[in-house]
Design a protein around this ligand. Structure first.
Ligand code: CTP
Length: 400
């Protein structure tokens, strides 16, 4: 995927005078720019210069009715493939590090879901100040990337680290970053559905049948696939976990709702059924709370079988995902049961785990991956590691 458009945020430093040159260096490489110019930035470069070079509006205010009507600030923050802050002043760096959003630039930086690259520029003493260094460390930990600053003579007459990198160098660094980001994303262009968590089968408005699945393994797999570049829908039963960033979340309760959500998200290339789906549900759900006490004998409950989501998707004809992966939770004879499950359900791979210990709700897992070719045994590892390894196996499958 080629880099098509950058959202350039021009902060208020003397190096803002290099912004037009930066726009041209990007343009030379076929990369378009949409510009946010801060109030302070406009003291050093005019909006007219940048608008003429980008042939587009220059966005300056958070509360601008005309711009907001054409493109809201949230949309603006996501309208490009990446966000470049040049110059990134101590003020802008500090605001983002502390999650402040009191103008268009800082709001866009908080709202974006795209990679952020910053080209810092400031006086050497400011650059070396512990407060700035703390903020930089925070941003690095948050995944922000930096280009420069360079060492050299400064507009203020001092010498040292703090000059903004040259426009050509920034444009070249962006190209390298993008190339690397794309090659690190082997599942770019692939779509995936992951099911996770338990299902909850209601008996009446307050009682239900369910199980102890925490959803951790499924959420970790959704995250790992998204990190590998796939467009992921996570269909989750009730869990205590937060939404996974960068993943479309669909929260459901029952097995039937889970199946419907999966079917609506088709077609996909990859289907991973991690959910601990309740095999049975009460035949009817009472509209009001059932009164179960008082009778001499225990109340009877009629159960009916739930649809098998994995088997239904694995046998969905032309809509069948290319790679269908099921999980098998077993307490004994793991390989034999997992192998039988693979054939019975019609899936390509079965990820079998031994749940005789405290896997359900626990942090780690031990896996046996069963495919048509045979099986691999993976050493016990945290669920996030298992997820990354599975995403790697999936990437390798699509590579060949
Ligand atoms: N699964 C599903 N829908 C169901 C039951 C299970 O999609 N109604 C999926 C699970 O998400 C998992 C796989 O099927 O990927 C295996 O589930 P498991 O509970 O281990 O096996 P069962 O099919 O329920 O068989 P058994 O309980 O006999 O082991």
């Amino acid at each position: 995927m080629s880099l098509k458009r950058v959202l350039l945020i021009v902060g208020g430093g003397i190096s803002a005078y290099k912004a037009p040159e930066l726009v041209r260096a990007l343009d030379k490489r076929g990369i378009g720019c949409r510009v946010i110019l801060t109030q302070a930035g406009s003291q050093f470069v005019t909006p007219l210069t940048l608008a003429s070079l980008t042939k587009d509006d220059v966005h300056q205010e958070l509360f601008n009715l005309t711009h907001e009507a054409k493109m809201g600030h949230i949309e603006l923050s996501r309208s490009a493939d990446l966000v470049l802050v040049a110059p990134a002043t101590a003020d802008l760096i500090g605001k983002v590090a502390h999650g402040l959003a009191n103008d268009l630039a800082s709001t866009a930086l908080l709202a974006t879901d795209k990679p952020v690259l910053m080209a810092p520029a400031m006086n050497v003493r400011m650059w070396e100040h512990p407060a700035v260094q703390r903020n930089l460390a925070t941003l690095r930990a948050d995944g922000v990337h930096f280009i420069g600053p360079d060492e050299g003579a400064m507009a203020c007459g001092e010498f040292g680290l703090g000059r903004m990198a040259e426009p050509e160098a920034i444009a070249a660094a962006i190209e390298v970053f993008w190339h690397k980001a794309c090659s690190d994303k082997p599942l770019q262009g692939k779509r995936a559905i992951v099911t996770a968590g338990p299902t909850l089968e209601a008996l009446d408005p307050i009682r239900f049948l369910s199980n102890r699945s925490s959803g951790k393994q499924g959420y970790a797999i959704a995250h790992a696939l998204a990190e590998a570049g796939a467009e992921v829908t996570l269909v989750s039963g009730p869990t205590a976990l937060n939404d996974v960033p960068g993943v479309s979340m669909v929260r459901v309760e029952s097995a039937r709702e889970m199946l419907e959500a999966c079917q609506s998200a088709l077609p996909v290339d990859i289907f991973v059924a991690v959910a601990a789906v309740a095999d049975w549900r009460p035949e009817t759900k009472a509209e009001v709370k059932l009164k179960l006490k008082g009778d001499a004998k225990a109340p009877a409950m009629t159960l009916v079988e739930n649809p098998d989501i994995l088997a239904t998707i694995a046998q969905s004809g032309p809509k069948r995902p290319k790679l269908v992966i099921g999980f098998a939770a077993e307490t004994h004879e793991v390989l034999a049961y997992a192998t039988a499950k693979r054939t019975k359900k019609g899936c390509d791979w079965v990820v079998a785990n031994d749940v005789s210990g405290d896997v359900m709700g626990g942090e780690s897992n031990q896996i046996l991956l069963v495919t048509a070719e045979g099986h691999q045994s993976w050493p016990e590892a945290p669920k996030a590691q298992i997820a990354i390894r599975l995403a790697e196996e999936i990437s390798a499958y699509f590579k060949t």
